[in-house]
Write a protein that binds this ligand. Structure first.
Ligand SMILES: [Fe+2]
Length: 299
């Protein structure tokens, strides 16, 4: 039986948003997107679901009033309660409130890792979910920090997984490898701070076979030292979808990008950007759909 799961990210709920905010987001339609999320995902009947963070529009940028934040957390929690498979969450920078940069209220409703939580998700697979804001403010460090403590925890998880004959999937909110357009930028947008630290751990720990990220609102499928990196676009704007992922017992991996069944909302989001910008969010077809034998897979 192949393992089958969904990765969804950046659903950005803002009840009665006063505007759409920056493209491709279309926050005035966030209620419809939030309602469509569990329906579309449940229809695929996955074994489990991973949400990559930014379920809300707290933190910086949106100036969400505290009363609206309380309402948003409640509405997100109730939408997520409709998921019909075990769901694992990583916090995003917009999941804290805007006033105190605190995740406390969010964490009362949505289970997030204090730092790094590890769970068995299949007979041969283990999922590690990381909180990259465990030691920094999501407002001043929007892309989070890969701390020494997080790195230590990940290296331990990778060593234990290897000893137990299991492979590790890591989910975290920001990117870990810069976009091609930002290779020479010393602080590339969307990429975690102290990225060199996690990159070294990925390089040297072959049990880490796959990394799932959001935050940057772009689809990309790439390899970093043979580790498969799946960066996924946002749900709240074009291309307005999520990844369906299968892994067979022989290490064959397959992913398909699914857009929500909201054609008018997708069209309205698309109209906010140029065709080139929209292609940037959606990625090339090989950034959305792919099939391969996982390069790090060993029998
Ligand atoms: Fe984010």
């Amino acid at each position: 039986m192949p393992m089958h799961f969904v990765f969804v990210t950046d659903s950005h709920h803002y009840p009665d948003a006063p505007e759409d905010f920056s493209a491709p987001k279309i926050l005035t339609q966030s209620r419809r997107v939030l309602d469509a999320m569990p329906v579309a995902i449940n229809a695929l009947n996955p074994d489990f679901i991973v949400h990559g963070g930014d379920l809300l529009c707290g933190g910086s940028s949106f100036k969400m009033p505290w009363e609206t934040y309380i309402r948003a957390v409640g509405e997100v929690a109730s939408a997520c309660s409709l998921f019909q498979a075990p769901t694992y969450y990583v916090p995003g920078n917009h999941d804290s409130d805007a006033q105190q940069a605190s995740f406390d209220l969010f964490a009362q409703h949505i289970q997030i890792p204090p730092m790094l939580d590890v769970v068995d998700v299949g007979p041969r697979w283990r999922l590690a979910v990381a909180n990259v804001y465990h030691d920094c403010s999501p407002i001043s460090e929007a892309a989070g920090v890969w701390t020494e403590a997080l790195d230590q925890a990940l290296r331990n998880a990778a060593r234990t997984a290897e000893a137990d004959g299991r492979a590790l999937i890591l989910a975290l909110h920001p990117w870990v490898v810069p976009h091609a357009s930002q290779q020479d930028n010393p602080e590339p947008h969307g990429v975690i701070f102290e990225a060199a630290r996690i990159q070294e751990t990925i390089k040297t720990h072959p049990a880490i076979m796959m990394i799932l990220t959001g935050h940057y609102h772009r689809n990309r499928i790439s390899l970093f030292h043979d580790c498969l990196i799946l960066d996924t676009a946002c749900l709240i704007g074009y291309p307005m979808g999520f990844r369906d992922i299968w892994i067979e017992d022989n290490g064959t991996f397959r992913t398909r990008f699914h857009a929500l069944d909201l054609p008018d909302v997708i069209e309205a989001s698309y109209a906010r950007s140029t065709p080139e910008e929209n292609e940037g969010w959606a990625g090339r077809s090989e950034d959305r759909d792919a099939e391969m034998r996982l390069p790090r897979w060993r029998e």
